[in-house]
Design a binder for this molecule. Structure first.
Ligand code: PGA
Length: 256
């Protein structure tokens, strides 16, 4: 893992956006995996700025989102379909027919999940997956004890995630308990990952992810088995890392 510690979210977003832009410069038809939640918002703002001011072109890109709540229609204000429209898709030129977000209203979840993984394969696999991390170490909605080989499927949210996400729904009781999420195994198949984390509440999960052990109790720790992961975090999220000085030294001395 490459651990990049930045002074603030804006700097993290600019580093992550440059990785996205350089992928699209090499391959304008790249396949991007997107995440929701508070963490990727500064990245999406930077991508929108680059689209408007620098001509960053999404017209040939295909996208796959990590997850969606079961039972929420795409129009629901708390759905991840709405989140992606508001925070990115309404502001850049991604072709609507190449946007994929799990269908929270499907009446055959198992078949839908299999076909979602198949659509990722048919698109040639995900070139770059954007990730956040839960306070409990989840990636996507793969809660602790998720199989590290898991595929896209239905999951039941943990009590902590229901509490963490209550802020979007007004109260904990309104948060749907079930989600469709890419599996840990699905995420590990992407060719490159960027995981961002900000704030002290993520510090323990970040330390467990980076410094191990690899365990299904911290699903993000499975990223240690992936060969190309950029962990882009602020000082607060980095504060529990025991080898922090080493990661900073490595980044400062990165071969150009
Ligand atoms: P957050 O969520 O970005 O809203 O903190 C991250 C996650 O749960 O993966």
């Amino acid at each position: 893992m490459e651990v990049i510690v930045t002074p603030d979210r804006g700097s993290a977003a600019r580093i992550a956006a440059k990785i996205v832009a350089s992928l699209l410069a090499r391959n304008p038809s790249g396949v991007l995996g997107f995440a929701t939640g508070s963490t990727p918002v500064p990245l999406y703002q930077e991508l929108i700025r680059m689209h408007r001011e620098e001509g960053l072109d999404f017209s040939r890109v295909t996208t796959f989102n990590l997850d969606e709540y079961v039972g929420l229609a795409p129009e629901h204000r708390c759905s991840y379909h709405s989140f992606m429209r508001e925070n990115l898709f309404n502001h850049v030129n991604v072709a609507p027919q190449r946007i994929h977000i799990p269908d929270g209203l499907t009446d055959d979840i198992e078949t839908f999940c299999q076909s979602y993984d198949q659509q990722i394969r048919d698109a040639g696999g995900i070139d770059l997956q954007i990730l956040g991390i839960g306070n409990n170490g989840h990636i996507g909605f793969n809660e602790p004890s998720s199989s590290l080989a898991s595929r896209t499927r239905i999951k039941t949210l943990s009590a902590q995630t229901l509490r963490d996400n209550a802020r979007f729904f007004g109260s904990e009781e309104n948060v749907p308990k079930h989600v469709i999420t890419m599996g840990v195994g699905t995420i590990l198949e992407s060719r490159r990952c960027i995981l961002m984390a900000f704030g002290e509440s993520k510090a323990v999960a970040v330390a467990q992810m980076v410094e191990g052990p690899v365990s299904s109790m911290v699903p993000a720790s499975a990223l240690q088995l992936h060969s190309k992961v950029h962990v882009i975090i602020d000082e607060a999220a980095a504060s529990q890392l025991t080898r922090l000085d080493y990661y900073k030294w490595v980044y400062e001395n990165k071969p150009r």
